[in-house]
Design a protein around this ligand. Sequence first.
Ligand SMILES: O=P(O)(O)O[C@H]1O[C@H](CO)[C@@H](O)[C@H]1O
Ligand SMILES: [Mn+2]
Ligand SMILES: [Mn+2]
Length: 397
Amino acid sequence: MARAFLVVMDSVGIGGAPDADTFFNGRVPDTGANTLGHIAQACAEGRAEDGRSGPLNVPYMASLGLGPAIELASGLHIASLDATVSGTWGAATEISRGKDTPSGHWELAGLPVPWEWHYFPDVSKSFPPALVAQLAAFAGTDEILGNCHAPGTAIIEEFGAQHIKTGFPICYTSADSVLQIAAHEESFGLQRLLDLCENMAPIAHEMKVGRVIARPFIGDAQSGFTRTTNRRDFAIKPPAPVLSNWVQDSGARVYAVGKIGDIFSMTGFDEVRKGSDETLMGHLGDLVESAEDGSLTFANFVEFDSLYGHRRDVSGYARALEWFDAEIGKLLGQLRDGDLLVLTADHGNDPTWVGTDHTRERAPVLVAGQGAGRLGQIGFRDVAGLVARHLGVAVPD
Ligand SMILES: O=P(O)(O)O[C@H]1O[C@H](CO)[C@@H](O)[C@H]1O
Ligand SMILES: [Mn+2]
Ligand SMILES: [Mn+2]
């Protein structure tokens, strides 16, 4: 019987989005951004030599059709990805008006976002006074810190010491529709931070802000501050059933690996497994070993995005891709007859681009378990159709 493994490589775009000129990093449009293409070019030209070396080495994804997928999406030919293709491949275009994680995942799961998200402006005080007052009231503090657009690692360096001294939560946003709250796990308290985010979530969701994200960190001013893996996303609930619901309603089990549960507000999952990407790869391997017939495993690997894309770290991103490819290679060898494994992405985050925000791009769709074939240009939501058809689950109108 059939099983499906849908694996989202967070931010691993392949360029070519037809509406990239309407999305921005600061004032610069995303036209021409190409996460994988530009990383591969940097590797080939010896510009990604930190902790790795030479042309991008991802033979398993190449054998599933990554090279032709990039070429179809953006016209870029990457010599190091030339391979005999034994997978089914395509390039997917998103129609939702957001280059963020929930927009990408919801559409991949069959539900394009039916509204415009609210974005906080990139001005000196990004959040409206009423929201700030509500936040401070829930936190039990006089004020908040931050209240601006910022990269998450920079803002905890800037305000970490002041946060420990005053107890005020650090609140910031980005080009995504997000309210992010960073606080020290010990001095502020992890549970207190999670409670604060949970309290703020309905207020933010009412404004059509996609997520409130808890960003716990540890450390001190001397040794520096580090974020932990206890991040939690409090996302708006999808307004209609998605792939995981369709599968569950058919009576089969659905596993969420990584932040997938949070992205869908926990709807449609029997079991959620979390941790670092390395831990998640272990969970994915265990599920390839043990998941029941008919089941869907829906996984997200976020570190491409959070550790390397937003940090504009080309070598780090290339190392992560090479590690991921080697691990996926082992899993490919463990798949059973009737298994389908799909690798895709939710948006881009080109580490060679200006700014620190996501980039609007097409996503690769690489399928193992259906032999060699070409999906060509498809939509994000066709991925849900592909998985549902494989599992014999009805796709609602
Ligand atoms: O810079 P950090 O805190 O990693 O934040 C990034 O992660 C958020 C959610 O994926 C995005 O909105 C972006 O701001
Ligand atoms: Mn994402
Ligand atoms: Mn991101």
